[in-house]
Design a protein. Sequence first.
Length: 423
Amino acid sequence: MAIESDVLVIGGGLAGLTSALAAARAGADTRLVSYKQSTLRNASGLIDVLGYTSDGEGPLADPYAAIPDLPEEHPYRTVGVDTVRTAMSAFDDAVPSYRGGHTDRNALVPTHGGTVKPTARYPDSAADGLASDDRDVALVGLESMTDFDARRAAAHLEAAGVPFDVRGITVRFPGDLRPDAKVTRYAKLLDADEEVSVRGRRRPARAALAERVNPELRGEPRVGFPAILGDDEATAVREELSERLGAAVFEVPMGPPSLPGLRLEDRLFAALSEAGASIETGNPVTEFDGEDRIEQVYIEKNGAKIPNSAEQYVLATGGLVGKGVESDREGVYEPIFDCHVAHPEDRYDWFDTDVFGDHEFAGFGVRTDEQLRPLDAGGTVEFENLRAAGSVLGGYDFAAEKSGSGVSIATGYDAGTNAASES
């Protein structure tokens, strides 16, 4: 017997989670299936709507004002600026620990490399680190974390012209964790405030960390740490460090694996469970039945093929990086439903000779109608009950535009809401 639902979402990233949440909150019996762990754990945790135009202009102050001028094939043009706004409001409701919803303007958030990123939403933990704030900053690096060089990041921020003095310092993390320690090890140690050995004495981890940082400070009113400051008790960790250091403490978003990304993933999965959706992860969708309409899909589980059927389906499996779009010597394709992916026949036309040039492959993905239903090469809807969302869509370069999260949220919301209404 097939497992039945009104809406079946395939993919557990930001687009899939948003689609499933929108469908479930609209009253549909919703099921989410995902093969791999969410890519959110590899993301910074920042939510970008649009940082730069498709022509490279920016950073943009107001991302919404730039959407009507994007190319017609861009997913934002498909769903419309009003849907983008509504979707972001739905995100704010699901993840109240994020800031930025009070304004249309992008915030400027320093990252671990010393760049300043325009972003529409950012976690509470990054709020005191905004580059638009003119209070001086001390960045704290850890000897055991080689991927965050506080001095180099400070130098890059100064070169970027931030309106404050910034200085980088490096300390040894109490407990002397190994250089290959996972970020979650730092976080759990601070969450539990475990006792660590410091010069032969046992001290709570938070107090011990503050004691190592305090002598290095020069009265800076803001102190930034790499994003390791707790997981379940992140707010409490920051508040205690802030009190002990006499400064506002913030986290600098990091590369993968990312604690802010993990926290966001946890919150979205919790919201999805609260909305009543069912969730299955770890097993791939391998086949489907149907021609003009998808009748059911098959999930491979322990060597068996388990049928799942729904009235409506959402494809949110990611792009080239997430394997939602794949390529070989024969061409570029979408692997589950074989949806059409437009691309030049000559592989040399997929790239630009300039490293930072206009690479054709960056826009590979399925093209859709105004309801986000994938189209074949002739412009005909491939399946009347399938919608696509997120980076499986073509027509935009999310890396250059800094628009990946926003497109996932906007198209995910639109796909999930419309799927629920049709189920």
